[in-house]
Design a protein around this ligand. Structure first.
Ligand code: ADP
Length: 265
């Protein structure tokens, strides 16, 4: 609580008074703290790959270049870390674009079964590498109003996580259906993405939509994760006036449940 005391003089009045202003600044402070935490996180996340690139380049220049085998493995690391840096910068820019509302959504009717089919085609090479089965079932003739590119980002992120956090030979299922909102006639679209993966510990579930939050940093890094995917998903879902939640059991799998209105208000 901030207290401001302002002396006042009424016009044409000899009497002076004091104006007492009590302002609840906890929301403002919380926002400031979140912003500075974000900046600190961004710097840390960017520094790690830059340090790796620099370190391996230096080692190459100071002699490792003479051994072709070593040189090749160091250059591969430099390439991977540069890719990672690129993904990070892309995700950070995307998030800031979404948060500042600089690019408004472009809503149009989307044929969901065809749309999900395209997503599956895009991801099938990645799934095949891990021998993961992608199984997509969508109610026929299901149309919804959405920003097609953004809906693509949402669904791709969820499916990609399903693939990343599922051991070889597992399964990622996508289901799309129309359901009734509880106790009402209103219909919404429910898209669920479930996997037979490693699952998420109960204590981490409330935090996984936070920026840069990862259950297991090492695993996320090795799968190319930036820790920003789900926060982008959550933001984009909210811009579609929808909700997202997750149910998960460690060692059994996770299920992300996305609910969106059929028509945008
Ligand atoms: P990342 O780039 O690390 O995948 P996300 O924001 O997409 O970042 O996800 C945040 C964290 O939530 C991940 O690091 C991972 O620990 C956990 N997670 C997300 N999706 C799944 C899933 N399908 N199964 C298990 N854990 C998951």
């Amino acid at each position: 609580l901030e207290i401001h005391i302002v002396p006042m003089t009424m016009s044409g009045d000899e009497d002076t008074g004091l104006l007492l202003v009590l302002q609840d600044v906890s929301a403002i402070r919380r926002l400031e703290r979140m912003r500075s935490e974000f900046v600190a996180n961004v710097s840390h996340e960017l520094k790690t790959p830059v340090a790796a690139v620099k370190g391996f380049a230096e080692t190459l220049l100071s002699g490792a270049l003479n051994d072709p085998e070593t040189a090749k493995s160091f250059l591969t690391i430099i390439q991977d870390e540069s890719d990672r840096l690129n993904r990070l910068i892309g995700d950070i820019l995307e998030l800031s674009k979404i948060e500042s509302r600089r690019s408004p959504l472009q809503f149009s009717p989307i044929d969901l079964p065809a749309f999900l089919e395209r997503m599956t085609e895009l991801l099938s090479p990645e799934a095949a590498k891990k021998d993961i089965e992608l199984d997509v079932v969508s109610e026929e003739g299901l149309f919804l109003e959405a920003d097609e590119d953004r809906l693509g980002q949402i669904v791709m992120n969820l499916m990609q996580n399903g693939i990343n956090y599922t051991p070889d030979g597992g399964k990622v299922k996508v289901r799309a259906e129309i359901v009734n909102v509880e106790d009402s006639e209103e219909e919404i679209v429910r898209i669920t993405v479930s996997d037979t993966g490693i699952g998420i510990p109960r204590k981490d579930i409330p935090r996984i939509f936070e920026r840069f939050y990862r259950v297991d940093k090492a695993r996320s890094r090795s799968s190319g994760g930036t820790g920003l995917g789900l926060s982008i998903v959550k933001h984009l879902t909210e811009l579609h006036h929808g909700t997202i939640r997750v149910e998960s059991t460690v060692g059994v799998g996770s299920k992300f449940i996305l609910e969106l209105p059929l028509l945008q208000p």
